[in-house]
Design a protein around this ligand. Structure first.
Ligand SMILES: Nc1ncnc2c1ncn2[C@@H]1O[C@H](COP(=O)(O)OP(=O)(O)OP(=O)(O)O)[C@@H](O)[C@H]1O
Ligand SMILES: [Mg+2]
Length: 260
C-alpha cells in the first residue's frame, strides 16, 4: 500500500551542530502524532523541513507515494500539507478574517471557482471552527495571545489540509483556552461536516511541551532528543520508556511527570 506520509533518514546540520540526525517516521491518515522532546531537540527543524521551509541536508519527505523533498512550501499546501509556525506573525492592522483570507489565495481553493465568495465563506468557517468568529472583524493586533494561536490554526485549516502540522499550539494559552483548542483539534481529526471544512478529517503532527494535553489527544508519540528520534509508540508506553524519562529528567522534570 502507498504510504500516506513519511520522512526517511532526514538530517540537518547548522554549522557544527547536528540539529536532526536521520529521523524516520510515518503518519497514517487521520492519525494524531505528538512530537515531543526537550528544548533544542530538533522538533521545529523537523517540521520546518516537512513544510518546505528548510531544506534537509539528506533524507526524504514522502507524500502519497511521491518524493516532495524539493517541493516549495506553496506546492505542499496545494498538495494538502499545511502547518502553523512556532512564532506567529499576523498582519496586525488587518481583521482576523482578512488574515485567514490571505492564506487562501492558492489553487487548492481558487480552482473551485466563485473564489471570492468561497474564500470569504471559508475563512469565516475556519474562524468559527476554532471559536473566534465573533472576532472576525477585529484587527489581529487587538486580540489575545490565545486568540492569535487560534487564528494561526484557522489560517491553516482553511486550506483544508490532509496533514496539519502544529508547532506548539498550546504555548501561551490559559488552561481554559488550551482545553478549547484541544477539543477543536480532536474534532478536526474525526472529520464530519463543518461547513465546507474537513469532511474527511485530517492527520496531524503536533509539537508540544504541554504533555498532559497532548497525551490526551495523540494516538502516537515521537520523542526527540539531541536531534535523534528516541521513541515512537502509544502515549502510555512512551512515557514509561526509561530513555524518555532520562531525556526529560536530565533537563526538566515537570513535563513528563505531568503526563503520568
Ligand atoms: N536557523 C538555525 N541556525 C542555527 N541553529 C539553529 C537554527 N535553527 C535551529 N537551530 C539549532 O538547532 C537545534 C534544534 O533546534 P529546534 O528549533 O529544532 O529545537 P526544538 O526541539 O524545536 O526546541 P524548542 O522546544 O525549544 O522549540 C537547536 O540547538 C537550535 O539552536
Ligand atoms: Mg521548536
Amino acid at each position: 500500500m502507498e504510504r500516506f506520509f513519511a520522512v526517511v533518514d532526514l538530517s540537518k546540520r547548522f554549522g557544527g551542530l547536528e540539529a536532526v540526525r536521520q529521523a524516520s517516521f510515518s503518519v497514517h491518515p487521520q492519525e494524531i502524532v505528538g512530537l515531543i522532546g526537550p528544548n533544542g531537540a530538533g522538533k521545529t527543524t523537523v517540521v520546518r523541513m516537512i513544510m518546505g521551509l528548510l531544506r534537509p541536508d539528506s533524507g526524504k519527505v514522502l507524500w502519497k507515494g511521491k518524493d516532495i523533498t524539493r517541493e516549495p512550501t506553496w506546492k505542499r499546501v496545494v498538495g494538502g500539507i499545511t502547518g502553523t509556525f512556532q512564532n506567529s506573525r499576523p498582519m496586525k492592522r488587518l481583521p482576523l478574517i482578512a488574515n485567514v483570507m490571505v492564506g487562501l489565495y492558492n489553487p487548492r481553493v481558487t480552482r473551485q471557482g466563485q473564489w471570492v465568495k468561497t474564500v470569504e465563506a471559508r475563512a469565516l468557517e475556519a474562524l468559527e471552527f476554532v471559536g473566534i468568529s465573533d472576532l472576525a472583524l477585529t484587527p489581529a493586533g487587538a486580540v489575545s495571545q490565545g486568540d492569535l494561536k487560534r487564528l494561526e490554526i484557522a489560517r491553516a485549516i482553511a486550506t483544508e489540509p490532509e496533514l496539519l502540522i502544529l508547532d506548539e499550539p498550546f504555548a501561551g494559552l490559559t488552561p481554559a483556552e488550551t482545553r478549547l483548542l484541544a477539543n477543536s483539534i480532536h474534532r478536526l481529526r474525526k472529520g464530519g461536516r463543518f461547513g465546507r471544512l474537513h469532511s474527511e478529517g485530517c492527520a496531524m503532527i503536533i509539537v508540544e511541551h504541554k504533555l498532559s494535553e497532548l497525551m490526551r489527544i495523540a494516538d502516537r508519540i515521537l520523542v526527540m532528543h539531541f536531534g535523534e528520534l528516541l521513541a515512537d509508540g502509544p502515549p502510555d508506553l512512551v512515557v514509561q520508556d526509561p530513555r524518555v524519562i532520562e531525556a526529560y529528567l536530565g533537563r526538566v522534570e515537570a513535563p513528563v511527570r505531568e503526563a503520568f
